[in-house]
Design a protein around this ligand. Structure first.
Ligand SMILES: Nc1nc2c(c(=O)[nH]1)N[C@H]1C(S)=C(S)[C@@H](COP(=O)(O)OP(=O)(O)OC[C@H]3O[C@@H](n4cnc5c(N)ncnc54)[C@H](O)[C@@H]3O)O[C@H]1N2
Ligand code: MOO
Length: 422
């Protein structure tokens, strides 16, 4: 072929333009596929309640006992039979003794008598009501107060919170600090939990060096691996650090074998597109287990999804912002399924935009964003190598697949990093 016979394509400097003839998978379609195809990837184990924080329940938790286990007093005061004290002033003799939390009164309170009672103490036999000590004048061996009393006032019924045998937490629930109170109160000694998901993380690229090492001019620090390892740790997963892998197919194959043998899911970054050194997508394609690799998302359109030796692989794009966004939008909810928690995606909130942008149709866009009192502002650049914007931001703005004209005040969807559990 001679030079003058070559026909160059029309110049297309927009690297985000969607080439025709390629199916660009919408975010919703890719998420639906992950949601349908993935299942729990971990076994189960028995875990002491003391160690339950952050664990995902593999079975519902049933209460071993009721809360409260007996009727008890909600206040410090005097226990009596409420129905016996109608309108008017009452002078009521005190029964000897008292009922305190953990030290219940053993006898029966005679009709027309009252017993000193403290908050949390079991209601003694013969009583159903507590008159608040602030409403009482204490005399010598008797109390005086103004009727009428409402029978049952200031007393908690046995099981009013939950009863023995009630399901207090469902399977698939991830135990939070607040749930630790419920688990302990229910009398549980241990829970059935899913084993903690193991997440292997690797970075590909000959240019990468380790944080803190001395760098040649064309080397760059591996920024994605520390980010992805930290996301996994923060979400309570066990991490397996596979390290930095050179742009060499055999080396990457060996690293994937190692990762698949030691983890339940693999997060890699770089080499996801179709360049000469994009071995991740090539290997997954050769193995015939490549599901999707072009997403209608910005940043991050090259995303290699596949199975390696049966282990799901997320081949995230190399650019750190794209790696972060694709991890949040695809890998995190997928990992929550693998971990037993079911599909978890944040709903976000609609906030007024404090920026101007004209968005084209065909791709969902995520902008680094920061919530302020008046609404949400976005990072000055959309460049997916601008790592500083990830730290500038406290979350993401999501713009829909359709075209959109945003001016100050237009409602836009905002997710905080915390909404993703980060
Ligand atoms: N001709 C085209 N070239 C590129 C296109 C395109 O459509 N046509 N898309 C660009 C986009 S968008 C992205 S994103 C990248 C994705 O490619 P890869 O996933 O294969 O990523 P790499 O090429 O390996 O790296 C991209 C970029 O990110 C840097 N990088 C990689 N890993 C790390 C890391 N662990 N820490 C920090 N930085 C990392 C890498 O040095 C590159 O600068 O392809 C574009 N090219
Ligand atoms: O689409 Mo690339 O993943 O933005 O940087």
């Amino acid at each position: 072929m001679t030079k003058d016979k070559l026909t160059p394509p029309p110049l297309k400097n927009d690297c985000f333009a969607l080439p025709p003839g390629v199916h660009w998978t919408p975010v919703d379609e890719a998420q639906a596929l992950l949601r349908d195809r993935l299942g729990v990837a971990v076994g189960q184990e028995t875990v002491l309640v003391a160690d339950a924080m952050g664990r995902v329940l593999a079975a519902p938790v049933l209460a071993q006992r009721s809360n409260p286990p007996t009727p008890n007093s909600a206040v410090d005061g005097y226990a009596l039979n409420g129905a016996a004290f109608g309108e008017g002033v009452h002078y009521v003799p005190l029964q000897q003794g008292r009922s305190a939390a953990g030290s219940a009164f053993q006898g029966k309170v005679p009709q027309g008598h009252a017993l000193r009672i403290l908050t949390g103490a079991s209601m003694p036999a013969g009583t159903d009501t507590v008159v608040l000590q602030e409403d009482v004048t204490l005399g010598d061996g008797e109390i005086a107060f103004q009727g009428p009393l409402k029978p049952g006032a200031n007393a908690r019924k046995a099981g009013e919170d939950f009863n023995a045998g009630d399901e207090i937490l469902p399977a698939g629930h991830r135990v939070r600090a607040q749930d630790m109170a419920l688990l302990a109160a229910s009398g549980a000694r241990d829970i059935e939990a899913y084993r903690t998901l193991r997440v292997a993380v690797l970075s590909t690229g000959d240019e990468l060096i380790e944080a803190g090492d001395s760098a040649a001019p064309d080397q760059i620090y591996d920024a994605n691996r520390p980010m992805l390892l930290s996301m996994a740790r923060r979400l309570g997963y066990e991490v397996v650090d596979i390290g930095r892998i050179a742009d060499d197919r055999d080396t990457l194959r060996a690293a994937l074998n190692n990762a698949a043998a030691s983890a339940d899911v693999i997060l890699s970054s770089g080499g996801a597109s179709a360049g000469d050194e994009d071995h991740m997508s090539a290997l997954l394609q050769d193995a015939g287990v490549m599901a999707l690799w072009r997403m209608a998302i910005k940043p991050g359109r090259p995303l290699a999804l596949g199975l390696w030796e049966g282990t799901p692989v997320f081949g995230l794009p190399g650019n750190p912002v794209a790696a972060c966004v694709c991890a949040l939008i695809f890998a995190l909810p997928a990992m929550s399924i693998l971990a037993g928690e079911g599909w978890q995606v944040p709903k976000g909130v609609m906030l007024p935009a404090l920026f101007t942008k004209r968005k084209k149709a065909g791709r969902r866009e995520y902008l680094r964003a920061r919530r302020v009192d008046e609404g949400v502002e976005v990072f000055a650049s959309e460049g997916s190598g601008r790592i500083s914007g990830l730290s500038w931001a406290d979350g993401l703005v999501e713009l829909p697949d359709e075209a959109m004209e945003i001016t100050p005040g237009t409602p836009v969807r905002y997710f905080s990093y915390r909404d993703f559990g980060l």
